[in-house]
Design a protein around this ligand. Structure first.
Ligand code: F6P
Length: 525
């Protein structure tokens, strides 16, 4: 039984009682010996320091008891065994299987064989592109890949592609088109040659409106540029999808459909054939390192006791912030420009997973659930919204992320970058009282933060970082009693768009404002 109502746990009331008496973070450092040592954890090449959060040892113990008396560990095993824990869609949730290299004991051979076969097929296709063996219609090699996809079929691959710039081929460029905003795709296509371009249609369902419209535009461009009618079936098009049937119906040649399974959630799919663009850019070896990094975090999550399990501890600190300290947002600030897309990626991962108010048992949530996730890179953010974090009226927990070495930078830049990160975390926590009669110069401090450090941004450390967040989100969803793997909230907007799209749409059922706006639009478009 995985259903859970957190507020019914005896520990919930104890946590509510304990919260208002929490000492300042500074006081916690004075009261608790070896706080940094006790609250710093290492796994899969990541070092996570949770000591600057406003949670005492006693409170953390209570949170751990709350977690251990919940269905969390059963839920984790159920996920890893491939049980259909995504109940509203009757699906298993097996993205960790995509990172398996033969040592997740609970995976059945059936899953393993499928994963290995699909992985091999995708990596072989990517290697053919990289080696120049994959030729376009006019016999030229492919120099540009246009990945057309949105949400999970865009954000993950795009994040990894940008983050691993150092490891990319310099003879191949991957472009990402997601928004249905035609200005994007038309501007891009103007810069490319159809003879050397491969269009990768990335869509789990192969039904997403934006993706299909962008694909149509790209395929028309290819058709005209190549003078080829059946361009869908040519070597200029691949489909990355869990619906091979839809892709083949669309006209993609069956051998150019790179499949993955229904049990891979869209926002958990970068590890599957959706990662084709990544594999083309960084090659099979580095792609496997990305998977291995994630796998190392999977093993840590699956096997480590809760009290030193990093995704569990980060999730509990988050629950403490959201439910007991009433801090509803979570800022993620990487001090690395190549991780600039991380907050956008995490917005989908976290907010599409845990932005829910109905629980697994189909009843309304009585506690707050998923945080509002946001952020951008430091030091840029310091010159924008950090003012509010230091002196505003909201308390914003921060997750700082940094890499100790950067071979693309130099000591001077990199030391300055990382010292800024450490200084900000210190300033947020310690604050500084205002000089007399200058209250505007008061820094109240007591603002919580965590710090995630890696040695270097590599495929493996990036894989571990992303998997850490996936599991953190899983743990929070489990402890709030949520199904983190569906996304019914996005359906209504899609339905209304489809109703409003025809020029002669019946507007009578819509509110007055919508009718007026549609009137304006219909007069022009
Ligand atoms: O609209 C939400 C969503 O279903 C996401 O969950 C998904 O990642 C995205 O749309 C794209 O879906 P697909 O990969 O099926 O095109």
């Amino acid at each position: 039984m995985l259903d859970f109502r957190p507020e019914q746990s005896a520990f919930w009331a104890q946590l509510q009682t304990a919260a208002p008496n929490t000492p300042s973070i500074g006081a916690l450092f004075e009261q608790e010996p070896s706080r940094v040592e006790r609250l710093t954890f290492e796994a899969a090449g990541l070092r996570v320091d949770l000591s600057k959060n406003k949670v005492s040892q006693e409170q953390l113990e209570l949170l751990l008891q709350f977690a251990s008396q919940s269905p969390l560990t059963n839920h984790r095993s159920a996920m890893l065994k491939g049980e259909p824990i995504n109940a509203s869609e009757a699906r298993a949730v097996l993205h960790p299987a995509l990172r398996d290299f033969g040592n997740i004991p609970s995976l059945t051979d059936q899953y393993r064989d499928t994963v290995y076969q699909q992985r091999a097929q995708m990596l072989a296709a990517a290697e053919q592109i990289r080696s120049g063996e994959w030729l376009g219609y006019t016999g030229k090699t492919i120099t540009d890949i246009v990945n057309i996809g949105i949400g999970g079929s865009d954000l993950g691959p795009k994040l990894v592609y940008e983050a691993l710039r150092e490891f990319r081929s310099d003879t191949l460029t991957v472009h990402f088109i997601s928004n249905v905003d035609g200005a994007e795709i038309y501007s891009l296509l103007k810069t490319l040659s159809p003879e050397t371009t491969l269009v990768a249609i990335a869509s789990k369902t192969f039904t997403t409106q934006e993706t299909l419209l962008n694909a149509k535009t790209a395929l028309t461009w290819l058709r005209q540029g190549l003078g080829l009618d059946l361009v869908e079936a040519s070597s200029h098009v691949v489909a990355l999808t869990a619906s091979a049937t839809n892709a083949v119906k669309y006209g993609v040649a069956p051998e150019r459909v790179l499949p993955f399974e229904e049990w891979v959630g869209g926002r958990y799919s970068l590890w599957s054939s959706i990662g084709f663009g990544i594999a083309c850019a960084i090659g099979a070896e580095a792609f496997n390192e990305l998977l291995q990094g994630a796998h190392a975090m999977d093993k840590h999550f699956a096997e480590t006791p809760l009290h030193s399990n990093i995704p569990v501890l980060m999730a509990l600190v988050g629950i403490w912030h959201i439910n007991f300290m009433n801090y509803p947002t979570q800022a993620v600030i990487p001090y690395c420009e190549r991780l600039g897309l991380l907050s956008a990626y995490l917005q989908q991962l976290d907010m599409e997973s845990n932005g829910k108010s109905t629980l697994r048992d189909n009843t309304a949530a009585r506690t707050a659930t998923g945080p509002i996730v946001w952020g951008q890179t430091g030091t840029n953010g310091q010159h924008a919204f950090f003012q509010l974090m230091h002196q505003g009226t909201h308390t914003i927990p921060v997750e700082f992320i940094g890499a100790l070495q950067d071979t693309l930078s130099d000591t001077n830049h990199h030391r300055t970058l990382l010292v800024n990160m450490i200084a900000q975390a210190s300033a947020l926590m310690s604050g500084k009282p205002a000089p007399d009669a200058q209250a505007y110069r008061d820094y109240p401090g007591d603002k919580p933060s965590s710090m995630i450090l890696m040695e270097k941004l590599t495929p493996a450390s990036l894989g571990a970082l992303i998997a850490l967040y996936e599991h953190k989100v899983f743990v929070q969803g489990s402890l709030w009693g949520i199904n983190s793997f569906d996304q019914w909230g996005v359906e209504l907007g899609k339905k209304l768009t489809n109703e409003l799209l025809p020029q002669d749409a019946d507007l009578s059922g819509f509110d007055e404002s919508t009718q007026v706006l549609m009137g304006l639009l219909n007069a022009r478009l």
